[in-house]
Design a binder for this molecule. Structure first.
Ligand code: AMP
Ligand code: FES
Ligand code: ZN
Ligand code: ZN
Length: 325
């Protein structure tokens, strides 16, 4: 297998681009894809202060590395979710990355600062862990960005993530979420600007990027997410992609080009009538926001060991299926 650019020995084949790359040209390909995503969607400008939400996994560490390489002023933030060894190792990977490169990493610990963790939240609310986890992460990432005066928050969502979320939103016709499923979310009162610079890269590519750059990332996936809907949609798309390379890219980018606009009014309507949470000031539909209600309900409870919370098992009533990321 030869590199499409230099004819030297290739280390990776990218079927959807009908190309193979040697290490040097693969790294260049990754940078080019990120630059293109940033330019095409007007994500951010050089000189702006960027907060990278870092999980310790391949995507967010690759993202942080790429943004720093491209000259952005990018600091990181990691949230300790309290999901046993998984969270400890994830935070450790983020801390090691930052220390090795002399980058600034902000750390937030759910249990230390808010008195709960995700296994306990899941057990008390009797909902799938990803529901309180996603809500907590969104709230704390937004808060950190606003409090720290950052111009933009960057997350490590990749093409596989976005295509799988899109599939879920289409399967259940979550029109409000479809109107918000774009690689850039503009700043609004109470919400920072949010961007996803990895949307043109697949999961396999961010993993290869980390290996080639010597980035030690947390390889294991979250034990509490095992068997969830999002992973099933990913597996279904993987099967289609294997038979027809390029399908995920077309599914997501043709949605952006041809359909996303149509759903914007629904997303905008859902944003109307938001008022500041009486407890923390974050925008909410009710009086007290979902995060503050969760802290009130779960804060200070004894931790529930991860093993007692069966991964992927649905608890309580069916939830809305889609997700806005
Ligand atoms: P996930 O929702 O786990 O697929 O993660 C999507 C993105 O959210 C990641 O690429 C990160 O940018 C961010 N993220 C996930 N987990 C954390 C965490 N524990 N702390 C900070 N950011 C996170
Ligand atoms: Fe949130 Fe697993 S990382 S439930
Ligand atoms: Zn080459
Ligand atoms: Zn609140």
């Amino acid at each position: 297998m030869k590199c499409t650019v230099c004819r030297g020995p290739a280390v990776i084949d990218l079927r959807r681009h009908n190309a193979n790359f040697c290490p040097e040209h693969f790294l260049r390909f990754c940078r080019d894809q990120v630059v293109r995503a940033i330019d095409d969607h007007g994500m951010m400008a050089p000189g702006q202060r960027v907060l990278v939400a870092v999980s310790g996994g391949k995507d967010s560490l690759a993202l942080w590395d790429l943004l720093v390489e491209l000259g952005y002023d990018a600091e990181g933030m990691v949230i300790g979710l309290g999901i046993g060894d998984y969270s400890d190792a994830s935070t450790a990977a983020a801390v090691a990355f930052a220390e090795q490169r002399g980058l600034r990493l902000h750390r937030i610990d759910l249990r230390g600062e808010y008195g709960y963790d995700i296994p306990t939240a899941s057990a008390v609310t009797r909902r799938v862990p990803c529901s309180s986890c996603g809500m907590s992460k969104r709230h704390l990432i937004d808060k950190a960005a606003l409090d720290g005066g950052y111009d933009v928050v960057a997350t490590g969502h990749n093409l596989d993530d976005e295509a799988a979320v899109l599939l879920g939103n289409v399967l259940h016709w979550q029109t409000e979420y479809l109107g918000r499923q774009e690689p850039v979310l503009a700043e609004r009162p109470g919400f920072p600007r949010k961007v996803k610079p990895l949307v043109r890269l697949a999961e396999r590519e961010t993993a290869a990027y980390c290996v080639l750059r010597g980035i030690d990332y947390m390889v294991e996936e979250c034990p509490m997410a095992a068997g969830n809907r999002h992973l099933r949609y990913k597996a279904a798309l993987d099967e289609i992609e294997a038979a027809s390379p390029g399908t995920k890219h077309a599914f997501y980018f043709e949605f952006l080009a041809r359909a996303a606009d149509r759903f914007r009014p629904e997303a905008a309507a859902a944003q109307e009538g938001l008022t500041p949470c009486t407890s923390c000031g974050a925008p909410t539909t009710g009086e007290v926001c979902a995060f503050c209600r969760l802290v009130e309900r779960v804060g200070g409870r004894e931790p529930v060991p991860v093993e007692l919370v069966r991964p992927g098992r649905r608890r309580g009533k069916a939830r809305k299926a889609g997700a806005a990321t």
